[in-house]
Design a protein around this ligand. Structure first.
Ligand code: 6LW
Length: 506
């Protein structure tokens, strides 16, 4: 399923190419096909996997970690734990993905597949890998090197996870820059290139590069470092970093990277998480030069492959949920299933409210600044509803319980019922709309307005609350994720007949 990139009248495309909470992109090309993986943190299944033929239209074809024996996240885990920063590569007719499960009982793990849509193998654990953001690269004689944030490196047998020797420091990035991380190593022409992110994943984020004659270095930093950063600028895309390189169908070079789109005046709040952008790369004196991370990409000189567009409505008629659905922490059938009441999604509560890190919640990433989500909920045997979730401490929800509907807002340590009214017995249609505020300038304007309400049986909408979206932004909440809009069960068993997600901004 894919969200179409916006196409301008002159044929240009809109960045981000994968909107919404899709950070830490890692890309690989196999013939005419491109595959891209992202981080997924506290959600299950983990590591969304996308396919493209043109680098701008990406369709999610699965999730790499979609079985409990590949991904276990502890009940005590808080948001922004879990799965960080994969590297996806193709070698020896197989896809290899290495990633860190940062929660208790986790570590670095490697999975492989012949078809990236799955199934992926059981994990091989690599306890000798000395950090997060692991990268895999093979040199000419088949030796595999694993490079991690820091930046250090160890030799590894990726089929067993066994490492050899002591980790060896390769580079610490630019002088004074914090958090050298997200390394990727490539053999391009006569050099080995070590691409990293530095400056932290917030406004100071950037991309730097060094080159050497062997994968173990020594590495010479590029005199133009950082080769990409938007720090200190008023560019509409901020926090640019955590990149990976790939060649386009015509042999030109491109970078995928994460960036955010802050809105709402100064200082700016981003609400969709870190998104995947595309930028052109040229080479000067054997160093990469990154073009603008433009909101409008130039028309591309190769054929485009748009593919099918995601339907707005999911009727829950299929036995398996679409790959874009993500559940908090896990998805056992006793808590989340379409098989109990055919044509409905059934959620059975386990731990109460959205304030809990393991509330039963299944949603999809908010991918548009303006959008509308609706669902028809039958809460005759429980309570639950529709939520915009950033984390367990930041969410707005509209909940049905005992023929009453309530809007609940949680912001940090504050929790309040904002509105409440009775509803007729029977299923209730709930709706959430996010829209950009009328005036995007001035310090008092938030990035968006979130309105929550109910639809009456005659189709008219009753708005119960309108809330400032800034409190569900990463600048307020911190963390590494973005908004997810979805259904949850706070008590008992709750059924959802359908769920609509409709972009309103294009
Ligand atoms: C990731 C690090 C980063 O491990 O954020 O932006 C961390 N970069 O490389 C979590 O996504």
């Amino acid at each position: 399923y894919r969200v179409p990139p916006l196409r301008q009248p002159d044929g240009r495309f809109t960045n981000p190419v994968i909107p919404g909470f899709h950070p830490d992109p890692s890309v690989c090309r196999v013939g005419d096909d491109y595959y891209l993986a992202c981080s997924s943190f506290e959600y299950f299944p983990g590591v969304p996997l996308f396919h493209s033929r043109d680098l701008v239209h990406w369709r999610q074809i699965g999730n790499v970690l979609d079985r409990p024996d590949q991904l276990r996240l502890p009940a005590s885990m808080s948001s922004s734990g879990g799965i960080y920063a994969p590297t996806l590569r193709h070698h020896d007719d197989r896809f290899w993905l290495i990633v860190t499960n940062c929660s208790e009982g986790g570590g670095n793990l490697i999975v492989t597949a012949t078809d990236p849509a799955g199934p992926w193998s059981d994990p091989v654990w690599a306890p000798g890998v000395p950090g997060i953001d692991p990268d895999l690269v093979w040199d000419e004689d088949g030796t595999c090197w694993c490079t991690v944030a820091g930046v250090s490196q160890v030799r590894i047998d990726p089929s067993t996870g066994q490492t050899y020797g002591t980790p060896h420091r390769l580079w610490s990035g630019g002088p004074g820059a914090k958090a050298p991380e997200a390394p990727h190593l490539y053999r391009i022409g006569d050099y080995w290139y070590l691409l990293i992110a530095e400056g932290g994943t917030e406004r100071g984020h950037g991309v730097s590069i060094a080159r050497g004659r062997t994968p173990q270095g020594p590495f010479e930093p590029c005199p133009a470092n950082p080769i990409l950063t938007h720090r200190g600028t008023d560019h509409p895309v901020q926090n640019t970093g955590h990149a990976d390189l790939v060649q386009g169908p015509d042999g030109s070079w491109w970078m995928v990277l994460l960036g955010v789109r802050p809105g709402g005046g100064t200082p700016g709040w981003h609400v969709l998480g870190r998104e995947t952008f595309l930028a052109p790369v040229t080479w000067v004196d054997d160093w990469p030069v990154v073009g603008e991370v433009a909101l409008d990409l130039p028309a591309l000189p190769w054929p485009l492959s748009p593919g099918p567009v995601e339907e707005h409505r999911d009727d829950f008629e299929l036995a398996e949920l679409r790959p874009s659905w993500i559940s908090l922490r896990d998805r056992p059938a006793e808590h989340c299933t379409t098989k109990e009441r055919p044509g409905w999604l059934t959620l059975r509560a386990r731990s109460g409210s959205l304030d809990e890190p393991d509330v039963v919640f299944t949603g999809r990433r908010q991918q548009h600044l303006s959008c509308r989500a609706r669902t028809l909920v039958d809460a005759a045997k429980g309570s639950g509803g529709l939520a915009v979730r950033l984390d367990e401490r930041h969410h707005y929800a509209i909940e049905v319980s005992a023929a009453r509907v309530r809007v609940v807002a949680r912001v940090g340590s504050l929790r309040t019922v904002v509105a409440e009214q009775s509803v007729p017995a029977g299923p209730v249609a709930l709706a959430v709309t996010t829209t950009e505020p009328p005036s995007p300038h001035g310090p008092c304007t938030g990035p968006d307005v979130v309105s929550l309400g109910v639809e009456q049986p005659d189709g008219t909408f009753t708005e119960l609350a309108t809330l400032d979206g800034r409190y569900l932004s990463t600048e307020v909440a911190g963390g590494f994720t973005g908004r997810v809009i979805g259904m949850y069960a706070a008590a008992g068993t709750v059924h959802f007949d359908w769920f609509d997600y409709e972009p309103l901004d294009g």
